[in-house]
Design a protein around this ligand. Structure first.
Ligand code: URA
Ligand code: URA
Length: 232
């Protein structure tokens, strides 16, 4: 495949379109074998990038400075064909140790929220905007978000969930490409690439502000309702 086509394809994928759609729009009915990228799962459109392929593309990522301080790259966990994806901010200390998102105190609260929704970690997919821990859990820097975000976009394009929950300011502002404050967006349906997205508070915020749990629960009830309707 010519280099120019490859780089356009990368941009299209980064923009959230599947290879299949991109090649079809180019007028190619058949996805060339060379870009299929291995066997596809049942039910997955031919040529759609898999989560394994996105993980492989990240490799031993050295694209930003966080690679110098992280222990483990935290890609994401859960069901590759999840109907619901939850997106957080960045790994913390425990996540960095274990290589899994939301396994610390905020994660245990997230597990309880999922349980209350009648869901488990195996039903959903969980990942973060940043795949590597910022030192001392500082806020993600804009350049780190810009560097890492294409992989989040590709994860979401691989899963194609029916719904997304964005946990906290960084996930909300990154996915919605907005600077609007969380206080204005929370609890109201938004759209990410045509997928309904519910912005809500981050579980770590709830640990500091337990009163916010009521609002998160009200947001999650909206998600449950919409998932039920979608299941119909
Ligand atoms: N906070 C996050 O945003 N993500 C994690 O994985 C853990 C804590
Ligand atoms: N501010 C944030 O950054 N996140 C929250 O979840 C709530 C307030």
């Amino acid at each position: 495949m010519p280099e120019r086509l490859l780089s356009e394809l990368r941009e299209a994928i980064a923009a959230g379109r599947s290879r299949f759609e991109y090649l079809r729009d180019l007028g190619l009915d058949e996805v060339p074998a060379g870009v299929r990228g291995g066997p596809t799962e049942p039910g997955r459109a031919p040529g759609r990038e898999s989560l394994e392929e996105v993980r492989a593309a990240l490799g031993d990522c050295q694209r930003c400075g966080l690679c110098g301080t992280r222990k483990t790259l935290v890609f994401g966990v859960g069901n590759p064909s999840a109907r619901l994806v939850l997106v957080g901010e960045a790994p913390g200390r425990e996540e960095d140790e274990k290589g899994e998102p939301f396994v610390g105190e905020a994660g245990r609260l997230l597990d309880r929220i999922l349980f209350a929704m009648g869901l488990s970690r195996d039903d959903v997919y969980i990942c973060n905007v940043l795949k590597c821990r910022p030192p001392n859990n500082r806020d993600p820097e804009p350049d780190e978000i810009a560097t890492c975000e294409p992989f989040l976009i590709r994860q979401l394009a691989a899963i194609q969930p029916q719904m997304i929950v964005a946990l906290g300011r960084f996930a909300i502002q990154t996915l919605l490409q907005t600077k609007a404050p969380i206080s204005r967006l929370r609890g109201t349906w938004q759209q990410y690439q045509g997928i309904p997205l519910m912005p809500t508070y981050h579980p770590a915020y709830l640990l500091r502000n337990p009163a916010g749990k009521r609002e998160v629960w009200s947001d999650m009830k909206q998600v449950m309702e919409r998932l039920r309707v979608g299941a119909g």
